[in-house]
Design a binder for this molecule. Structure first.
Ligand code: T1G
Length: 694
């Protein structure tokens, strides 16, 4: 093959070794160019009398991250991945693969079909298709089950979990661990094959040990799992065919794969995959970021400790600042505890933990922040307190320092106005626990300059956060939308549904926890404080539900006080709090309400319609750049069911016209709360979708 034809794949003959070199940045996704190139290269090298062994390896960061996700939903052009995989397996000359970086999905399937696999230390291998609503569709379920024991194969296929090279060697997924650059390892592998030091075998000719009890247990597990997703169930079904001849089993697997390709789960999960990456496209992303290697975090409470931990884990040097050395030391100890649990969870080596701790200092003296690149303020949610701190920072911090505030709803413009450098002030709204939750709302105030926004983006990338750009409004994107739709749960409760039914209906829909259980977890006093803050500006015509206030007046704030909507004793089950049931009845009676419970379906419809309504306003006002940004906020900050892809992805399934009709129906009982957003009306009138706006 001439090198000019397709740079994506090139061949090279070195002595008796025939090399097939993949080069399709950024991750050697197996798009059409690569598929064609591999098939052509195999026939070329099989036809070359000098070649006695063929080795495939990748240039760039990985051998291959799998099928090209951007091709999904379109008619695949030939050759399909199964055809590529078969060409490898049926090659006359032995074919080895060298795995480096990651070998995922179709990338691993290509390697499974080769006759020997050599992985570089640290390589990650996996079949993550189920996380995209699919199953390995190029022989993965048929060949993995021939190489490793069924239980391990089923676990990897249905969880999408990755294993590293050492583990892969241990379970029989790879044959050797290679040292050095992929090319050198490839040349050595070819030589080892020719010399008989690397055994080759045709995976498809091996026999899979199929144990029906293992299959049944896996099916049962995924039948019971909530939300119930079909991909893992179909993946087990595909694996059950692995005792059949490879071509027969692979055909049955492909049929199941194509069935899943058409499923709503696949659409939602791929949308979620794209949402995680699309949000990086801020208009300011092209600006040159400022430095963000050293940071000061002001406030040693839950948020400050979480933010400091997240920054330390990202290799940023941190000074945690409190009002006294004792409080500062306590905050440092809390950070050390977070790092220790990261080590326990296998997320951090002991060595790395010690290095991180060496770059952590605690202080009660604001002037210790005079030389940091970035400051993140995470103190009490009070404008006066924050502006006083920013006035001091303005005098202390070096020119060019980025001044971030973790406020969850205050106007970042007001905070910026307290300084002589408003261009350097930006909102960095983390979500608790800040070292675990991936969402970061980057709130761009009127005077925030592009390079400051770009610095926030760069810091978010280092912390592996999903950064979403937000404009300034009360609650930014997530909390503003939450404040709106959360009221629906209270209206449903007041009007006749029990809080357990509302929670259960939404958990059956796919939320990890219903709104009342979430309130108990977060602390009912937080919502109480927000309602008191907003009381002076609450419109007279707004329907206000006092149930939660009565609960809080009793000091029942949820889990942290042992009781809220539910009782939190030592029993794992969630027991409704009878005193709250009584409060609900008293409030209904005092408002002359004849309780009328609606169906689970209507609970979901009202809740989601309210969420979508406020989300469409947030997009229309430009607070969020695009619908997909709102989807990312809810997927990565609010536990929105991932297979639904986010509220506005889900809205397109319901359809704008249907949503408008639902709002008009509900508006008959409460015209103030239920109003049709103009963007939704426009989409309904034009038969458009939120996807058109991404
Ligand atoms: N196809 C197309 N583009 C991909 C891709 C893929 N498989 N994987 C990554 N990218 C893009 C990504 O969108 C981003 O683009 C850039 O590469 C860097 O990615 C038949 C059907 C490999 C661990 O599920 O897990 O094979 O935003 O920012 O953090 O059975 O990407 O720069 O334009 O994520 O270093 C199965 C998905 C496919 C792996 C790297 N494979 N990818 O993470 O970088 S289905 C997967 C990842 C399949 C077969 C089936 C990660 C990564 P942009 P990134 P990263």
């Amino acid at each position: 093959m001439s090198h000019s034809e397709t740079q994506a794949v090139r061949t090279e003959v070195v002595g008796k070794a025939g090399l097939i070199i993949l080069n399709n940045p950024p991750v050697n996704a197996l798009g059409l160019k690569l598929r064609e190139g591999i098939v052509d290269a195999l026939s070329e090298l099989n036809g070359d009398a000098n070649v006695e062994a063929i080795v495939i390896y990748g240039e760039g960061k990985a051998i291959s991250a799998g099928a090209d996700i951007t091709e999904f939903g379109k008619t695949p052009k030939l050759p399909t991945l199964p055809e590529v995989v078969n060409a490898i397996e049926t090659s006359e000359k032995p074919v080895a693969t060298v795995l480096h970086g990651v070998a995922l999905g179709g990338g691993l399937e290509v390697c499974l079909a080769s006759h020997a696999r050599v992985a570089l230390k640290g390589t990650l291998l996996g079949l993550p298709e189920v996380t995209l609503g699919l199953l390995p569709g190029a022989g993965g379920t048929q060949r993995l089950t021939r190489l490793v024991d069924l239980e391990t194969a089923i676990d990897l296929i249905t969880s999408g979990r990755k294993v590293d090279a050492a583990k892969a060697l241990e379970i029989g997924l790879v044959d050797q661990i290679g040292q050095g650059a992929p090319r050198d390892v490839a040349l050595k592998a070819a030589n080892d094959i020719i010399e008989g030091d690397l055994k080759t075998r045709v995976t498809g000719e091996l026999t899979a040990e199929i144990d029906v009890d293992v299959l049944a247990a896996a099916q049962e597990k995924y039948d019971r799992k909530r939300p119930k997703l079909i991909a893992p169930i179909k993946a087990v079904e595909a694996a059950s065919h692995a005792a059949k001849p490879i071509q027969e089993g692979a055909k049955l697997e492909r049929e199941l794969f194509l069935e899943l390709m058409e499923s709503p789960d696949r659409q939602g999960l791929i949308h979620a995959f794209s949402a995680e990456r699309a949000t990086r496209q801020f208009p300011e992303a092209g600006a040159q970021p400022r430095a963000c290697d050293t940071a000061g975090v002001i406030g040693g409470g839950t948020m400050g400790v979480g933010i400091a931990t997240a920054m330390l884990l990202a290799g940023i040097t941190v000074t945690i600042l409190e009002t006294s050395t004792e409080r500062a030391d306590n905050a440092k100890a809390a950070i050390e505890k977070n790092l220790a649990s990261a080590v326990k969870r296998g997320k951090l080596s002991e060595k790395a933990r010690d290095e991180r701790l060496a770059s952590l200092s605690a202080s009660a003296d604001l002037t210790d922040l005079s030389d940091v690149d970035v400051v993140v303020e995470a103190v009490f949610e009070d404008l006066a307190v924050k502006t006083e701190i920013f006035q001091k920072l303005d005098k202390i911090c070096k020119p060019g320092a980025v001044l971030g505030t973790n406020t969850s709803y205050l106007d970042v413009n007001d905070i910026a106005a307290a300084t002589s450098r408003p261009e350097s002030v930006v909102g960095l709204h983390f979500f608790s626990p800040a070292h675990i939750m991936r969402l970061l709302e980057v709130v761009v105030a009127d005077k925030t300059t592009d390079d400051v926004v770009a610095t926030a983006l760069a810091m978010a990338a280092r912390m592996k956060k999903v950064a979403v750009r937000s404009g300034v409004c009360d609650g930014f994107i997530g909390n503003r939308i939450l404040a709106h739709y959360r009221k629906v749960a209270d209206y449903l409760l007041l009007d006749g549904n029990s809080f357990e039914q509302v929670d259960k209906a939404l958990e059956d829909f796919g939320f990890a926890m219903g709104p009342f259980a979430v309130g108990d977890l977060a602390g009912l006093d937080i919502g109480w404080a927000t309602r008191k803050r907003k009381a002076p500006t609450r419109p007279a015509e707004e329907r206000y539900v006092t149930i939660a206030d009565h609960i809080c007046e009793n000091g029942w704030f949820g889990r942290k006080t042992g009781r809220g909507y539910y009782l939190y004793g030592d029993s794992k089950s969630r027991e409704p709090n009878p005193d709250v049931v009584e409060i609900v009845e008293q409030v209904r009676a005092s408002e002359g309400i004849e309780p009328r419970a609606v169906s689970d379906e209507e609970i979901v419809s009202r809740y989601m319609t309210a969420m979508i309504s406020e989300a469409s306003r947030v997009v229309e006002e430009g607070i969020a750049l695009r619908p997909i940004d709102v989807d990312a906020v809810f997927l990565f900050g609010y536990g929105f069911p991932r297979h639904l892809g986010g509220p506005l992805n889900y809205a397109d399934r319901v359809g704008a016209a249907q949503l408008v009709a639902q709002i008009e129906t509900y508006a008959k009982e409460d015209p103030h709360y239920w109003q049709v957003p103009s963007l939704l009306q426009k989409l309904a009138d034009s038969n458009g979708s939120f996807a058109d706006l991404n």
